[in-house]
Design a protein around this ligand. Structure first.
Ligand SMILES: CC(C)(COP(=O)(O)OP(=O)(O)OC[C@H]1O[C@@H](n2cnc3c(N)ncnc32)[C@H](O)[C@@H]1OP(=O)(O)O)[C@@H](O)C(=O)NCCC(=O)NCCS
Length: 325
């Protein structure tokens, strides 16, 4: 049996960091009222990073990938599959993954493509890469979540613009005799497509419709809590494990209240919940690999630990991946 295991992780945050006080002041200048108290109480977010105007998704992905490569001891040329999870790619096409391949100087012709499952993008991408490794199509995959969500925010809509940030996280997966990725469980339900969306598109040389993020926060909140629990339970069942086997819970970092309720449902102490939403905000597909890398680098996550990764987002999409690190 071929498994895939995580060889290394990396991440990158653009240098411009805005605390809630910074953002509140910027919004006040536009006549939009919010406060540090409201943002912290409802979401747990204290700060987020925004990319400079000339910095693209693939630039962030590139920096995170270089860090993952440096930690792996591998060369860029060793990579034989690139999957980038993003909803904010550099351009309509080609994919951020092919642009990343070029930036990394990889000329071995390996397949490179984007996965678009919004905030579930990383668990989708990891599952796709794992499947391609298990079937022998790839041996060393670079899997990245990278977003510049600041580009699609409506800074006149205080119900959404305070929630998101930019960043990237990367993992290198390698074929192995031992696990690795133990199981995963992916889902989507397009009936809920309107509760979290960017409804605009490009046509005839023009942007048609609204190209900024729209969200029915309370509807997303309610749906997220239920589906995250069912995905986690299905993943545990597929791997023959129970709640008690999970060492670290790494949910999509959107809202501390959703994350804490997940830990409770899985009967995990809050100390076993990896939290970066406070410092990064919601970085969509980048949030899980950013949180993973930060916990690996801080020494919390150790080799052999069992990690439950959980994503949920627009589509509606959701899923979970159980990993033995
Ligand atoms: C978005 C979210 C934080 C809003 O929290 P909430 O408790 O549901 O708040 P509501 O939307 O009901 O709004 C409550 C009040 O706060 C106000 N408000 C909204 N945004 C505000 C802000 N930034 N600052 C101050 N007040 C704000 C609203 O106008 C509303 O005021 P009203 O009662 O006078 O009408 C919450 O619904 C949430 O986290 N949802 C899930 C979002 C998520 O996880 N998305 C990503 C999934 S991938």
């Amino acid at each position: 049996m071929i498994y895939s295991r995580i060889v290394s992780t990396g991440s990158y945050l653009p240098p411009r960091r805005l605390t809630n006080a910074d953002l509140t002041a910027e919004l006040a200048a536009q006549g939009i009222e919010t406060s540090d108290e409201w943002i912290v109480e409802r979401t747990g977010i204290h700060a987020r990073h925004f990319a400079a105007p000339d910095v693209t998704c693939s630039d962030l992905a590139h920096q995170a990938s270089l860090q993952a490569l440096a930690s792996s001891g591998l060369q860029a040329a060793d990579i034989d599959l690139i999957v980038v999870a993003t909803s904010t790619p550099d351009m309509v096409f080609p994919s951020a993954a092919t642009i990343l391949q070029h930036k990394l100087g990889i000329t071995n012709g390996c397949p490179a493509f984007d996965v678009q499952a919004v905030c579930s993008g990383f668990v989708y991408a990891l599952t796709v890469a794992d499947s391609l490794i298990k079937t022998g199509t790839a041996k060393r995959a670079l899997v990245v979540g990278a977003e510049v969500f600041s580009r699609i925010l409506d800074f006149k809509d205080r119900t959404t613009c305070v929630l998101f940030g930019d960043g990237a996280g990367a993992v290198i997966l390698e074929a192995s005799d031992t696990p690795g990725i133990l199981a995963s469980d992916l889902h989507a339900d397009g009936r809920h497509k309107d509760i979290l969306c960017v409804p605009g598109t490009v046509s005839g040389g023009q942007v048609l419709g609204d190209p900024t993020l729209k969200m029915d926060g309370p509807a997303v909140f309610k749906l997220a809590v239920g589906v995250l629990e069912s995905a986690a339970r299905a993943t545990l069942a597929k791997a023959g494990k129970t709640d008690a086997d999970i060492d670290w819970l790494i949910p999509h970092q959107a809202n501390i209240r959703i994350m804490q309720s997940m830990a409770k449902k899985l009967k995990m102490p809050q100390e076993k919940l990896i939290v970066t939403v406070d410092q990064h905000g919601n970085t969509s597909a980048a949030s899980i690999p950013l949180a993973l890398d930060s916990a690996v680098r801080s020494g919390k996550i150790k080799r052999g630990d069992t990690l439950m990764l959980e994503g949920v987002g627009g589509g509606f999409t959701w899923g979970a991946v159980l990993v033995q690190y």
